[in-house]
Design a protein around this ligand. Structure first.
Ligand code: ADP
Length: 480
């Protein structure tokens, strides 16, 4: 039986239609809705969602085969029985291609029609049952996979946070909960702003959402994490926090080591330099001896520079406290530019400063931040060939002061860009004629991070480099 839904009988011949409905189908218990043309059949299909369509092979307002094809596409579970007036092989073939379940030829005998309708309805029931079973199986597999995935995410040591498009929490795992003291609090649906109310840095990083970039953040339990955000289309943002506390500790130990060794190296060097200077005063030296003495002095000075850099870095990495004050980055930049003036002029370069109006203050160590500007602008001058252009741009955005130092020098090979902030790393295109220790950018990075800022480089080999430093604005900041 077709349940309480009516079959649709679309047949142009009114007499035959009524005979089939009244004398054959209804007496067998089927409800029947009659359609005299394609338009009516379409309307009934739309309103009734019937379990079966009996369709004549000629309709006054259109090709029934096209109608059948159209309905098969939109009502995938609908069986169609074709009722044909003429013995037409072409019609039979078309019907088969469309996928009608049966094809009856006039005269339509009651037993044939009822048998065919019964078969077609059974066919539909079987099909629906199969779909139901298959859907159940697939849903079961999917649910299982989902549960497994959730279990994995909950168990991994890295913190995982999934946010939807509106930055509301969709998933947060145990590692992240314990790092941020969330315990068993229900956080689903909360916004990042509410969730990390007390963590200004994390809020700022997540609000900014620079994808694929690693940022260091500190959890409430003191651990240090490398935070990475990835945009997942149609989901939102996946934030992962990888625990790097042990790496930081290792770094601190390295810093200690460097500090001690540098101190111990510096004193004998000072002595060497002192004695070398005394040689000249002790008596006449010939030209060759004077040359040797000069070489010793140059070497001792460059070693002293290297040790100085190492000491700075060591101090920075162990976080030796420096006096912090409110300051205008623009002033430091202006001082550096002034100091570089002669060098820039002798190389025929241009060095320009541009800034958006009224820059706010930042809080930091004047000496250290000056060192940042000296290194970045100094590098730009040092690596850019003669006649080159260097631009320093200052602006404010979202509570941060942003400094860009751009040049049109040789750039940095793409695969080396992530390494240039490491200690002693000098890019392969740096050239021996340009003096350097490979420590400048490591110092810059350590200072910037000590000031809760970020630094990165955008560079195209052969076209130039842009170093960007972002520092948080001091609260209630004055502007100039
Ligand atoms: P160095 O003492 O060698 O200048 P840094 O740590 O300051 O050391 O820089 C590391 C490396 O990064 C440099 O050796 C150089 O290869 C590359 N580099 C830094 N700044 C620039 C720049 N403005 N243009 C091209 N390369 C640069």
């Amino acid at each position: 039986m077709a349940g309480n839904k009516a079959l649709i009988l679309a047949l142009a011949d009114k007499k035959e239609r009524q005979r089939l409905a009244k004398n054959v189908l209804e007496p067998a218990g089927y409800r029947v809705l009659e359609a005299e043309n394609a338009k009516a059949a379409r309307a009934l299909m739309h309103d009734e969602e019937p379990p079966l369509l009996l369709l004549g092979d000629s309709l006054p307002d259109g090709d029934p085969f096209e109608l059948a094809e159209e309905l098969r596409a939109t009502h995938v579970s609908l069986p169609i029985v074709m009722l044909t007036e003429a013995d037409n092989l072409d019609h039979a073939l078309r019907a088969m291609r469309i996928g009608v379940v049966d094809y009856l030829r006039a005269p339509f005998e009651a037993t044939d029609v009822l048998e065919s309708v019964g078969r077609a309805l059974q066919h539909r029931r079987n099909w629906l049952q199969w779909v139901k079973k298959e859907t159940g199986r697939l849903t079961g597999t999917l649910n299982k996979r989902l549960t497994e995935l959730e279990a994995i995410l909950r168990q991994v040591d890295d913190g995982v946070l999934v946010l939807d498009g509106a930055k509301r929490v969709m998933l947060v795992n145990q590692a992240l909960r314990s790092a941020y003291g969330l315990d068993d609090r229900e956080v689903l649906g909360e916004t990042v702003g509410d969730l990390f109310k007390n963590d200004e840095i994390l809020r700022a990083v997540l609000a900014q959402e620079v994808h694929g970039e690693h940022t260091e953040v500190q959890g409430q339990d003191g651990r240090v994490f490398s935070l990475n955000t990835t945009r997942v289309p149609e989901v939102g943002t996946v934030v992962t926090l990888h625990d790097i506390t042990y790496l930081k500790e290792l770094d601190r130990m390295k810093g200690d080591f460097v500090n001690t060794v540098s101190h111990d190296l510096r004193s004998p060097l000072t002595a060497i330099l002192g004695y070398v200077e005394l040689i000249e005063r002790a008596g006449e030296v010939n030209e060759q001896q004077a040359q040797f003495i000069e070489r010793v002095k140059v070497s001792v000075r460059s070693t002293t520079d290297l040790i100085g850099d190492l000491l700075d870095l060591g101090r920075m990495e162990v976080g030796v406290a420096d006096d912090r004050e409110r300051l205008q980055i623009e002033e430091l930049v202006a001082e550096t530019i002034e100091e570089q003036r002669n060098q820039v002029a002798s190389r025929g370069q241009t060095l320009r400063l541009s800034k958006s109006s009224k820059l706010p203050e930042v809080i930091g160590s004047r000496t250290q931040l000056r060192q940042v500007m000296d290194n970045l602008i100094g590098n730009a001058v040092k690596y850019t060939p003669e006649q080159g252009e260097i631009r320093v741009m200052l602006r404010e955005e979202d509570g941060q002061v942003i400094v860009h130092v751009a040049d049109n020098g040789p750039g940095i090979p793409t695969e080396e860009q992530s390494q240039i902030f490491e200690r002693f790393y000098r890019a392969s295109n740096a050239g021996d004629e340009v003096q350097g220790t490979g420590l400048g950018l490591a110092i810059v990075k350590a200072v910037v991070e000590n000031h809760r800022g970020r630094i990165w480089v955008d560079s195209k080999p052969g076209q130039g480099s842009i170093f960007t430093v972002v520092l948080p604005v001091a609260e209630d900041s004055k502007r100039i």
